[in-house]
Design a protein around this ligand. Structure first.
Ligand code: 13P
Length: 338
């Protein structure tokens, strides 16, 4: 596939103030979400929950892509329609999480590296045949005393670039996700510095490994103080620092930057994105969302595993889609929350 086709897919995902639903929780991650609402983690419950999300009427106006977990890519609606086909019919592009999660990084206490490169070329071919047009790989960078090391940033950046090159070879748009965690006590400036170092290294590796930058989407964290930092920042300060770090590090060829929510509340994630788009015009990249928890939290709670709650859960999910659609236009206001 040519760079042009990759660029078209990447741009289509974020066109018209649309973003991405990250519904690619692994079986162990969705277990944590289900425990919170008292739902048993069975294959049928996972399928039913994803059907609830993907059949929400009106959501596709705001959702240009959905990231699926491997199991979900093979699943169908109760009526027997494959989820990837259902999404494609709505004009939402199906994608797939392809990393295999993190493992302790050798000789680097407290740090992790993302695995999943072995056999990836073959897996990408089969995901493509099942309808996936984009993929996701998440690298995790923690902030703590003496952490992250350059070594950790380097090996994770190298793996992200190897993944991205394999995706492009297969005609699949790679979402490149280096997540600097918001756990911990660090302040906004420390998050800024670590995010800057990480993005510099990631783009150096992407260049080294011949990845076409106009055929990727970047999925970064926002520049935000750690959850336990006593000095929390204003919405405007987060928005301005986040845009500033991209101006320092992200080439203009990248078509879109789609944020992870990373443990922010639903409202914070929406407000931060909206402030970026309201305060910073004429940026080279589209700024949008690729939220997991910040799109699903209210819907999960409303559903709580009961068929009788499906309509209420879909209303909650649609509402978050609408709010984040407004955030992409920079027109969100807290008065729009019910
Ligand atoms: P959160 O928005 O819940 O951080 O999830 C997004 C994601 O896909 C992380 O890899």
């Amino acid at each position: 596939m040519s760079n042009q086709s990759l660029n078209q897919i990447a741009r289509a995902i974020v066109a018209n103030h649309r973003g991405i639903l990250a519904a690619d929780e692994s079986t162990s991650t969705i277990a944590k979400r289900f425990v919170g609402i008292g739902v048993e983690n069975t294959e049928e419950n996972r399928r039913a929950y994803r059907e609830l999300l993907f059949t929400t009427e009106g959501a596709s106006k705001h959702i240009g892509g959905v990231i699926l977990f491997e199991e979900t890519l093979g699943q169908t609606t109760k009526a027997g329609k494959r989820f990837a086909a259902l999404l494609a019919e709505q004009g939402t592009i199906p994608g797939i999480k392809v990393d295999k999660g993190t493992k302790a990084l050798t000789f680097a206490p407290g740090e992790v590296v993302t695995e999943g490169l072995d056999g990836l070329r073959e897996r990408l071919a089969s995901y493509g045949a099942l309808g996936a047009q984009f993929a996701k790989w998440r690298a995790v960078i923690d902030i703590a005393s003496g952490v992250p090391t350059e070594h950790c940033i380097g090996v994770n950046a190298h793996a992200l670039a190897r993944y991205a090159a394999l995706c492009q070879e297969a005609g699949i748009v790679p979402i490149v996700e280096p997540e600097v965690l918001m756990d911990g006590e660090h302040d906004l400036d420390r998050c800024y510095e670590v995010t800057r170092r990480t993005l510099m290294r990631v783009f150096a590796e992407l260049d080294q490994q011949r990845v076409a930058l106009d055929g990727i989407l970047l999925k970064p964290n926002m520049v935000i103080p750690g959850k336990k930092c006593p000095d929390q920042a204003s919405v405007e300060a987060v928005a301005d620092a986040t845009v500033r770090v991209f101006k320092e590090t992200v080439p203009a060829a990248v078509p879109g930057i789609v944020f992870l929510s990373g443990g922010q509340s639903e409202i914070d994630a929406t407000a931060h994105l909206s402030a970026m788009n309201a305060r910073h015009k004429n940026l080279p990249w589209t700024l949008s969302f690729s939220y997991g928890r910040a799109l699903q939290q209210s819907a999960l709670t409303a559903w709580s595993g009961k068929d009788s709650n499906v309509a209420a859960a879909q209303r909650a999910y649609l509402h978050r889609c609408q709010m984040n659609g407004a955030a992409c236009a920079g027109t969100y206001a807290s008065a729009m929350e019910r």
